[in-house]
Design a protein around this ligand. Structure first.
Ligand SMILES: [Zn+2]
Length: 250
């Protein structure tokens, strides 16, 4: 049951036939794990916190730096030097004290990923490195947890949903970008990125998370969507399972 405060706060959700009171209760009961609190994790966490997702688990071992403020919209200038997860937790409690936010000041690795993924209904990959993406993909596949993945560099964004919970036979991240291939040399640190492109992709991660939690179909599942921020155009590629994939085809 939603209380009076929740009925007021989420009134624009309650008006939606897709959400309503029942959907809002599903959001309240859900736990979402957000790995990486940079340019993607910030908008995703803000929208999910505002939407009333009952529990957000935020994982990042970095501190806020001045050069983050160009795009990581959760943080203010006075957060520079403080841990990202704790700063994000504070910002989210300022936004919505009705949700629970757990801040984990660590990067994911073999020692903590299993438990973190176990605790969540949906996992958002908002990280920026190949090795971590593979670790998240493998763990989500093994635990049949839906993985919503975003990436951006320069003026381009990428978006993928691996709905392992609903479609055990779907391709995985390693089918597309095998771990054995060379790690991409371009990253935001050496190539730059338009902040709003991260906002668009991070917001899509939040939107698909909300839709997944309320039980709506995700037409994005199984597709790689690529956003060209310079032309404001999208391209869509159907992902196919690699029958030799070391992660999902053993
Ligand atoms: Zn695979």
């Amino acid at each position: 049951m939603l209380n009076d405060k929740e009925l007021t706060r989420y009134s624009r959700h309650l008006l939606l036939k897709e959400i309503g009171e029942q959907g809002q209760e599903k959001l309240k009961a859900a736990t979402v794990l957000i790995i990486g609190l940079g340019g993607l994790g910030c908008p995703a966490a803000l929208y999910l916190g505002a939407a009333g997702v009952g529990k957000l688990v935020l994982v990042d071992g970095d501190k806020v730096e001045t050069s983050n403020l160009q795009r990581q919209i959760m943080y203010k200038a006075n957060h520079v030097g403080t841990g990202k997860s704790a700063s994000a937790q504070k910002s989210l409690y300022g936004l919505n004290s009705l949700v629970e936010v757990e801040a984990i000041n660590a990067n994911v690795d073999d020692s903590n990923i299993t438990k973190l993924v176990q605790s969540a209904d949906v996992v958002l990959d908002c990280t920026d490195n190949f090795a971590t993406r593979h670790l998240i993909n493998k763990t989500c596949f093994e635990q049949s947890k839906t993985l919503i993945s975003g990436a951006a560099i320069r003026g381009e964004g990428q978006f993928m949903v691996f709905d392992f919970a609903r479609d055990a036979g779907c391709p995985c991240y390693n089918c597309l970008f095998p771990q054995s291939s060379e790690e991409p040399t371009l990253n935001c640190q050496n190539s730059g990125v338009f902040g709003p492109v991260l906002g668009i992709i991070g917001s899509m991660q939040a939107l698909e998370t909300i839709k997944w939690i309320i039980g709506k179909p995700l037409p994005s599942a199984g597709k790689l969507k690529v956003f060209d921020g310079m032309n404001l155009s999208w391209m869509e590629f159907k992902m196919s399972k690699n029958e030799c994939c070391e992660v999902c085809c053993n």
